[in-house]
Design a protein around this ligand. Structure first.
Ligand code: F6R
Length: 555
């Protein structure tokens, strides 16, 4: 995943941008670069590989200037080489640009630009934008950028500087997150970033751009413009947007003594689950209070069908949500991958509520699925972690999971935060649809125990670690569970694949005999999720089946 950082103000830009890029390292990248403008000329340093490679180059030849942009690139078009790293420049080396996203019509644009005599240096889709801006620049960078973007199809978050426009950064967004940070404590400075983690050390005052918006930053301030109609010849329209205050503290985005963020976040779960429930459980009434659902009160009163849409881990949480809502509130629920939903002609009738689940609140497929549902008339509810994110802003109502920043790329605490909120939501609906007061109170009491139960599980970590060591050389794993733990098995398999590069599959335990059983032998460890619930005895029978074939069971 790529990252963008920009700075304009009185301080030297290079160290601030480097620090911001380091804060985005967790997102994964394979090259990095920075460009600054000093005394009317543009200077760029780039390197393939980790940020230390870039630092090496900057030590040999530092960048000066108090105005610049930086990028961490995850290769999509063109190999992860220094030439393909961002920032990219135009033929005259006056424009530098960093880009997250994909320019879908880059081939056509490239051919036209080559016909006009432009020579390309990289294999990237991004470079076309630099050349179009060069072609259109007439002394005003924002005009050239707005017009250039009207020729582009695809997704972008960009930051652009021009040597003839010192002290100015132009940023724009379409489908790829971007925010601006406003200098605090009287500092006349501005930041730009694709992720708030890059700027939070310097400012907590941020403005999130919406799709179709552009912002012009100088040390003295910013202007926000709607450029969505530029393609139709309309002039950009000024937009005013409230400044959001980021309530994370630095400790939350630092490792705090843990070896890596994922471990830290796994161990935060007793607290994050407690935070997801804080102020929301009503003991006496045996229900949940979810203030963010007030705008949807009438919808929830009359809802006949719920469609939950999400990706990856959030999709797994959605399936647990489906099971809970159907079992407790007796409302039919369907769960659909956002990437499928957005390209189908989904059926959305009166009485359908669509719920989008997302940790980041910025996943492009989920956002697009939501918009598709809205265009078909559905009310939209969100279950989101990042406050003020695009998905959160575009819903009609919703519930934040309050897990704090999830820096580890693999979702962990956000998953249990999503499950906690889905359980609260299922309780809230169920109490309106026939669950008794007594059952509601029992549910509330059980939920109160969750943080402590999770803590007890985490106390087992050294035993879990020794099991992991024992099995670390296996190339394949199966994860099996039934009922609520079927989606948990899917999530376990996803985590193993993503983190250990070991092949793993998740199945409902009883499905094993319909095919996957053929794979079971002493080389196939099988992870069973088997708590003492209503299907415990069924799961133990499946365990016996695995043992009978010499499979190794981890339960
Ligand atoms: C897995 C993981 C991904 C995300 C998915 C959706 O560990 O992190 O599968 O869950 O990309 O992201 P969000 O929840 O931010 O919409």
């Amino acid at each position: 995943m790529c990252g963008i950082v920009g700075y304009v103000g009185p301080r030297e830009a290079q160290p601030l941008i480097l620090e911001g890029l380091r804060r985005l390292e967790y997102r994964g990248y394979d090259s990095a670069g920075i460009a600054t403008i000093h005394e009317g000329s543009l200077d760029v340093r780039k390197a393939a590989g980790k940020i230390v490679e870039l630092e090496g180059r900057l030590e040999e030849s530092p960048l000066v200037g108090s105005h610049g942009i930086g990028h961490t690139r995850w290769a999509t078009h063109g190999a992860p080489t220094t030439i393909n790293a961002h920032p990219h420049t135009d033929g005259s080396d006056r424009v530098a640009l960093v880009h997250n996203g994909i320019i879908e019509n880059h081939d056509v644009l490239r051919i036209k630009l080559e016909e006009l005599g432009h020579e390309f240096r990289s294999e990237t889709d991004t470079e076309v934008l630099c050349h179009i801006i060069e072609e259109l620049f007439d002394g005003n960078l924002e005009d050239a950028v707005a017009e250039a973007l009207s020729h582009v199809e695809g997704a972008y978050g960009i930051a652009v500087i021009h040597a003839d426009e010192p002290g100015k950064i132009v940023v724009a967004r379409m489908g790829s997150p971007l925010l601006i940070g406003i200098g605090e404590n009287g500092e006349r400075e501005m930041f730009a970033a694709s992720d708030v983690a890059a700027v939070v050390r310097h400012t907590r005052q941020v403005i999130y751009l919406n799709d179709g918006e552009m912002a012009v930053l100088t040390a003295d301030g910013h202007s926000l413009l709607d450029i969505s109609e530029s393609g139709n010849g309309e002039a950009p329209r000024r937009v005013s947007r409230e400044v959001s205050r980021v309530d994370w503290d630095l400790g939350q985005i630092e490792r705090g003594g843990y070896e890596h963020f994922m471990l830290k976040e796994i161990f935060e779960q007793p607290d994050t689950i407690r935070d997801a429930m804080r102020g929301r459980l009503l003991e006496e009434e045996g229900t949940a209070k979810l203030g963010g659902l007030l705008p949807l009160e009438d919808v929830l009163e009359n809802v006949e069908r719920i469609v939950i849409t999400a990706c990856g881990t959030s999709w797994h949480a959605a399936i647990v949500g489906e099971y809970m809502i159907e079992e407790l509130a007796r409302i039919p629920v369907e769960v659909e991958y956002a990437s499928e939903f957005r390209y189908r002609r989904p059926i959305v009738r009166d009485g359908t509520l669509v719920i989008a689940i997302s940790q980041s609140g910025e996943t492009a497929d989920t956002l697009a699925a939501m918009r598709e549902a809205r265009s078909r008339g559905a009310p939209i509810m969100g279950i989101v972690n990042v406050v003020g994110s695009s998905i959160a802003r575009e819903t009609d109502g919703g519930v934040y999971i309050h897990s704090g920043p999830e820096i580890g790329v693999a979702s962990t605490k956000a998953f249990t935060g999503q499950l906690t909120v889905l359980a609260l939501f299922a309780l809230y609906l169920a109490r309106r649809r026939g669950m008794s007061l007594l059952e509601g109170r029992e549910f509330v009491a059980a939920m109160r125990q969750l943080p402590e139960l999770v803590r007890l599980s985490l106390d087992e970590s050294s035993a879990i670690e020794s099991i992991a060591r024992e099995y670390a050389d296996n190339a394949n794993f199966l994860y099996l569970g039934r009922g609520f733990n079927f989606p948990v098995a899917l999530e376990g398999a996803l985590k193993l694949k993503e983190i250990s590069y070991i092949h793993a599959e998740g199945y409902p335990a009883a499905e094993m005999k319909h095919g996957p059983i053929a794979l079971i032998d002493q080389n196939m460890p099988v992870v069973f999720i088997a708590p003492s619930d209503s299907v415990y005895h069924k799961v133990t029978s499946n365990i016996e089946e695995v043992k009978a074939r010499g499979g190794k069971v981890i339960a």
